[in-house]
Ligand binder design. Structure first.
Ligand SMILES: Cc1cc2nc3c(=O)[nH]c(=O)nc-3n(C[C@H](O)[C@H](O)[C@H](O)COP(=O)(O)OP(=O)(O)OC[C@H]3O[C@@H](n4cnc5c(N)ncnc54)[C@H](O)[C@@H]3O)c2cc1C
Length: 408
């Protein structure tokens, strides 16, 4: 079997790229391989569903630009296509003087990036969300919204298929063969160009093509607790509430998310996972991964880079429901463990580590040449970013192919 473009992984990133590739190359054969029997089994179907506005990230980052543009593009997409969206905004709240100062930094980042943000008093914050707790001031982001990630995934997949892209579920990439050959669980494919968007396994596949050297993916597990309160009930939380994040880490801290249907959840955690797909019990267990990831974590603990020991300890405590609820109760009044009794479907972040510098990569990492392209570190908010992200990837690939064509 021959294809012009082979995309590995049908998460939001793989599907968005496939759609963009086919739009730019209508006569090309474009195929997507997905190892699972259905879409959305990993991060793209297990996230918070928040369309981030783009004020957490420094202005020179891909995350800043793609979040700003992606928020606008995905909001418009949901509205135009009748997909559920809850444009409830978001409050970022401070617990003390030092966090209050970080609000200024976030506001600055938002201003530089052209994102609408309002610095408001604690009283004004309580007009937006009567239960919110904050020290002196809060930051309000009116463009933050919640969507149904699975509805977006299905809609993207349908549009991509309708262009003539084949999305093959239940077919795994197994390895690179000689020349253009790719080995899969359903036989060999000859692929003129390979795009790797394999999420938790993207580093492994990139290494087959000579990329991601010096990098490895470290999985971090995100757990959620659901509120028992009926959506939209009187006194229920009605806007997303986030703490001031530690800007040294790529995680945003336990927060309240108001989903499209008004259901409230707290989370997600960022607990170091012991293997890549460690969702529940022994699911996805492989001894090789346990060893590989265990060694990485040990090395980070020993060097205590980016305060990994403290981060890991604090995150492991969140396996306790009481502790998670206690964290959330710092952001809003009347949050009791009895109201948050049900754990939700966990998600796992495919976080890239720079092995030499022993640090977590903060931005998206993209590598490639005229034969293959590799999406590494498509961590949060890559869902929000998916539309401009895929355009950027295709621009890069077009440039690489043009340059290679010019040299021949
Ligand atoms: C807990 C959590 C909360 C998040 N919250 C948000 C949020 O609120 N807003 C936001 O914008 N982002 C959020 N994110 C981030 C967002 O979900 C991800 O950045 C995004 O889904 C990444 O998409 P992806 O396509 O790269 O990865 P994935 O969705 O993981 O897709 C990769 C696909 O590749 C497939 N694959 C892997 N190996 C192979 C192989 N060998 N052969 C074939 N297929 C393979 C996998 O099965 C998978 O389906 C969150 C993430 C997590 C984990």
């Amino acid at each position: 079997m021959h294809t012009d473009f082979l995309i590995i992984g049908a998460g939001i990133i793989g599907i968005s790229i496939a759609r963009e590739v086919k739009t730019r190359n209508p006569d090309a054969r474009v195929m997507v391989l997905e190892k699972e029997s259905d879409l959305g089994m990993h991060a793209s179907g297990r996230n918070s569903g928040v369309l981030h506005a783009g004020f957490y990230y420094s202005a020179d980052s891909l995350k800043a630009r793609f979040s700003r543009d992606g928020n606008r593009a995905l909001t418009a997409y949901c509205l135009d296509n009748g997909l559920p969206i809850n444009q409830c905004g978001k409050l970022v709240v401070a617990k003390n003087e030092s966090e209050d100062r970080t609000l200024d930094e976030l506001k600055h980042r938002g201003d530089v990036n052209g994102v609408e943000l309002n610095m408001i008093s604690a009283e004004e914050a309580r007009e937006i969300e009567p239960r919110v707790k904050t020290f002196r001031r809060a930051l309000f982001s009116p463009t933050t919204a919640s969507v149904d990630p699975m509805a977006v995934m299905r809609s993207f997949a349908e549009k991509t298929r309708s262009l003539g892209v084949s999305i093959e579920c239940g077919v795994s990439y197994r390895g690179r063969g000689p020349g253009d050959t790719v080995h899969t669980t359903k036989g060999k494919i000859s692929a003129a160009y390979v795009i790797n968007a394999a999420g938790l396994y993207a580093d492994k596949i990139a290494k087959d093509y000579g990329f991601a050297t010096g990098y490895s993916i470290l999985p971090f597990k995100g757990l959620y607790l659901y509120s028992n309160e009926k959506p939209g009930s009187a006194g229920g939380i009605r806007t997303n509430i986030y703490p001031v994040p530690d800007l040294k880490h790529p995680f945003l801290g336990v927060h309240f998310t108001v989903a499209v249907d008004g259901k409230v959840k707290i989370g997600p955690t960022a607990i170091p996972a012991l293997w890549r797909e460690q969702y529940d019990g022994l699911s996805g267990f492989t001894a090789t991964e346990l060893l590989e990831i265990g060694v990485r974590q040990m090395s980070l603990l020993l060097h205590n880079q980016f305060e990994f020991a403290a981060l890991a300890l604090e995150e492991f405590r969140k396996y306790s429901r009481r502790h998670m609820v206690a964290q959330a109760s710092l952001l809003a009044d009347g949050v009791k463990p009895v109201d948050y009794a049900k754990w939700g479907r966990p998600g796992i972040r495919a976080q890239l580590v720079d092995l030499e510098k022993k640090k977590l990569e903060m931005d998206f990492v993209l590598q490639g040449d005229d034969k293959s392209y590799h999406v590494l570190n498509a961590v949060s908010p890559a869902f929000t970013c998916s539309i401009p992200f895929s355009k950027h990837v295709c621009d890069q690939i077009d440039n690489l192919l043009r340059k290679a064509g010019g040299q021949q």
